[in-house]
Design a protein around this ligand. Sequence first.
Ligand code: DX5
Ligand code: ZN
Length: 219
Amino acid sequence: MNTKLVAPSLLAADFGNLQRDVEMVNQSDADWHHLDIMDGVFVPNISYGMPVIKAIAQHATKPLDVHLMIIDPDRYIKTFADLGANYLTVHYEACNHLHRTLQAIKSEGMKAGVALNPHTSVSLLEDTIQDIDLVCMMSVNPGFGGQSFIENTYQKVSDLKNLIERKNSKALIEIDGGVNATNAKKLVNTGADVLVAGSFVFKSQDPTETIKNLKEQIA
Ligand code: DX5
Ligand code: ZN
């Protein structure tokens, strides 16, 4: 894929002004809305639940990229399909039957994503990469926004890119955590297709401008 995508993570939005922040993403140069769903079990934090997710989905006009940081994600596949999710990403570490989960996501008409924690080797996707539409490479330990980017991610992106090419997979490579103007270009040059950015966008003075600059930087 040639066009590189930016997916602002609403985890860093102002929840008192959620509609305003969703509209900001709608009007910006961003490509997707990234939604972080945390259950307080798979990760040590709870983000937001169904009523909030529904409100976001109602106002969002761009594709919904849903990142499930929850145990037993199969229970919610149908719910997110009904909400209009375009990409549904589950964690490798949360799935006992990953192949079955991927098929279930696709049978509901969504694109299937798999997220890898920083400690999880890319080689574990050797036998599923052809069934995956998106690999969400965690560049921080999931659970919180605003953490520092883990430098080992570059090596993993390059390993993943090789695996995708070797297996003739169409999977997109998404980077999630600590993305900013310092690492964006290098990530894309290493093989990334989609950059998730939370704090870097929403904590900036002018989020619309920050998204625009990020897009220009990786174009
Ligand atoms: C972390 C989430 C990320 C997070 C990114 O668990 O999956 O999507 O919101 O936030 P930043 O860009 O602030 O690291
Ligand atoms: Zn995420």
